[in-house]
Design a protein around this ligand. Structure first.
Ligand code: AMP
Ligand code: GLY
Length: 424
């Protein structure tokens, strides 16, 4: 069996590790990764000259290597239609088609599907010009939430506390075009506890994974700007094991049904970003792929064969009769970020201490490179993820922080409150 993983971040490193660890099929599992990174290189054969968004090169690589399956990590190649292009040359790929990936690629489309499927979500209005936006801002309830319609690497949401802040946000969207030439939605602010619940879908049914929570802001106590994710933990106290299936029936299955009805059946990971409010669960967004860094926290707990699950999700017959099993372990993932992140990032700083990480701790590389001397150096905003398992969240948390304390690079940023106070 030969699998090609597409991407170069901590999520893809975690996928590569989980594929290898859970493989229970006949013969050997060979894992390729394009483009990969210096950490992934220790676990898979990387193809650094094939970019993760270069569709023709990826298709060519998949054909040349005669891979049995392509597992697509990030959203951009999904929204661009990589799965469709691979299907056209007879290569199976884990992930949604271009049409189904619109659930992540367009927030306006996502809201339309949510409403058609009668899944609870914040009320919203679609805004297509600055004048329309100003009219809405004058009448909105505050805080109010603006979101760019298109992909924005998790940074397209601006929460405004008053009309003045809304006017600044409107300029960012429509004058500065900070997120490109995009339409915008304005939605009601929801208060509550956030949970990420991911499901593997086979076009017919959604099979839920265990819940997780991520930490999006750069500083402790959820202060400062949003990032790609400063940490995560799993499971979460607000969604006990016995309630996962029911929650998934509310937030995943109606979407799978609706996408099938529209002739765009959903295959791959449907990631529901949820707000548990005093009035019940509401969907904040869908992503159409594994979350980052939730995946680094979730997959070390997976006990089922990930290759088999991915293959089944894109093969006739799907996942019917299968169970997705997770250990009872708790997991905590920390992100070690570089100086200046998220506004900028520093590159080329040597990372010390990687060799001293204790056994049982999973270090995944997110933004690393090798310098001319062969040292591993920083090469992006999120540099490394450190994941520990334990029989309780506090135990996993202590192990993760102890391991992270042994790693160092110039200007390293690490939140100190990931999974703090979680008694589970
Ligand atoms: P999204 O990209 O839609 O997940 O939004 C990014 C983050 O903004 C979410 O994880 C929430 O923390 C926050 N957010 C998004 N929508 C809302 C909302 N309607 N009410 C409150 N917070 C929100
Ligand atoms: N953790 C948020 C995301 O993957 O978009």
């Amino acid at each position: 069996m030969k699998v090609l993983v597409v991407g170069s971040g901590g999520r893809e490193h975690a996928i590569v590790r989980a594929l290898a660890r859970t493989w229970s099929g006949d013969g050997e599992l060979e894992i390729l990764c394009a483009p990969g990174n210096p950490g992934i290189e220790l676990d898979a054969r990387c193809v650094p000259d094939v970019g993760g968004e270069d569709l023709p090169a990826l298709v060519e690589l998949a054909k040349r290597e005669a891979v049995d399956l392509v597992a697509v990590g990030p959203e951009v190649p999904l929204v661009d239609g990589l799965v469709d292009e691979l299907a056209a040359v007879g290569v199976k790929a884990f992930g949604p088609s271009r049409a189904a990936a619109q659930l992540e690629g367009s927030k306006i489309f996502c809201k339309e599907v949510l409403n058609a499927a009668k899944v609870p979500t914040a009320k919203h209005a679609v805004i297509r010009s600055k004048d329309e936006a100003l009219a809405h801002a004058a009448n909105a309830n505050y805080p109010a939430v603006f979101k760019s319609d298109g992909l924005a690497a998790g940074k397209g949401v601006i929460i405004c506390k008053d009309e003045r802040a809304a006017k600044a946000a409107i300029d960012a969207y429509f004058v500065d075009q900070r997120f490109g030439a995009t339409d915008v939605i304005l939605e009601e602010f929801l208060d509550g506890v956030e949970v990420s619940l991911l499901a593997i879908c086979d076009g017919e049914r959604a099979y839920s994974l265990v819940p997780a929570r991520d930490f999006k802001r750069i500083f402790d106590n959820d202060e400062g700007p949003n990032t790609g994710g400063m940490g995560a933990f799993s499971p979460v106290p607000e969604v006990p094991k016995g309630q996962i299936a029911e929650l998934s029936e509310q937030v995943h299955q109606p979407i799978v049904d609706e996408m099938k009805r529209r002739g765009a059946p959903f295959h791959g990971v449907l990631y529901a970003g949820l707000m548990l409010t005093p009035n019940g669960v509401k969907v904040l967004e869908y992503n159409t792929r594994f979350g980052d860094p939730e995946t680094q926290a979730l997959l070390p707990r997976l006990e089922s064969d990930l290759t088999a699950l991915m293959l089944a999700s894109v093969t006739a017959g799907g996942l019917a009769g299968r169970q997705i099993k997770f250990s009872e372990d708790r997991s905590v993932t920390l992100t070690l970020a570089s100086a200046g992140y998220p506004e900028s990032s520093s590159k080329g700083d040597v990372i010390d201490g990687l060799e001293s990480v204790p056994d049982g701790i999973e270090v995944t590389h997110a933004g690393t490179a090798r310098n001319a001397e062969g040292d591993i150096v920083t090469a992006g905003g999120r540099v490394l993820n450190v994941t520990a398992l334990g029989s309780s969240v506090p135990e996993a948390r202590t192990a993760a922080y102890d391991a992270a304390a042994g790693i160092d690079f110039e200007g390293m940023q690490l939140r100190s409150d990931i999974a703090a106070g979680i008694d589970l």
